[in-house]
Write a protein that binds this ligand. Sequence first.
Ligand code: GLY
Length: 394
Amino acid sequence: MNDVADSYFAQEQHVPREERLEQVLLRCVARLREQMPIHGLRNPKIGTTGNRWIYCDGPDWVMSFLSGQYWLAYQLTGDVAFRNAVQARRPDFRKILEHYRYRDHDLGFQFSLHSVADWQLTGDREAREMGLKAAFALLNRFRPEGNYIQAWSPTGPHDRAKAAFANGRIIADTMQNLGLLYWATRETGIGEYEEVAEAHAATSASTLVRADDTSFHTYLFDPSTGEPLRGETHQGFADQSCWARGQAWLMHGFTQCYVNGGNRAHLDVARRLCAKAEAMIGDAIVPVWDFNLPDSSEPYIDSSAAAVMASGLLLLSRQDIDPQEAQRWRALAIRLLNGLVEQCDLTRDPQAQGLLAHGAAHVPAGRCDAMLPYGDYYFMEALMRAQGHERFFW
Ligand code: GLY
């Protein structure tokens, strides 16, 4: 922490903790406003030295997270500058709809936060049409042989190894993309979108979630028969370990599926995943990036996993469960949020461009200890849920 941050933190010590979270959210909005002219039409990808952003170079799964933050700030302030900044980004999102090689399961992250949010908050019909086209493209990634949505795509028609790697694979992250399908059913009355979301969630529950309530990051199927083969990792430490952000996507994703479709089985899976996460986090205030690291491995923390977990736990605490259990999830979420404020909050650092430090994008590939735009988005979502906001776009 630098001197400015140190002195701010010292001043904040006397403020009650939940009130402090309210102040953090105000600082997030101020940071977005101040950085808007610097971003222009660029979308942050990952942080670099000095907490500056490296930006996306063309379509990218992370490209909607700044738009998502702008829509949250628009809800809080009504400032049309945030709305205009998202709508000016439409050509980049159209590019994804117009070129198949840019499309994968991340259509949910991309279009729920960019276009569905726009339609819901402004009633703009072009945004609705973009959201529905994205939902249709996501629907068409469904593989009925194995009842799952294919996550990734092979890079080229002759790349056999990549095809074998991608065609039969589901990943935990997709659970957070299903909101786009439930929305499309609500919007059009066509049940198929929700049916596919339900089928994928059921397959994820029976394959990605292990018997001990930890999770695989990915699961491989035989793409021609749909036979489930084995769990593997992509961004975690090992195939049999539990990657923290994967567990977080599942916690938030299964809860969100229950909210969208009302299937109690998803609620029960979410509760099991959350209870396991609580045990694995232990006394830490920000979780380590993988819960099964050997002592010889650098224990980087992952602020983005904490932010996604906090938001999912707060959503879970609002469902029709026993009040004591609801209090347990809320308390854990607030503990994680306070942990983020204590260890990762950059809104006190006037030199930083983003909101949270210490995100772990892909540790085995060397991308860690950095700002991440999805960490920033879910931090704001969680701070707003902690204050009782209920309007989000999944
Ligand atoms: N969805 C990719 C990640 O969580 O890194």
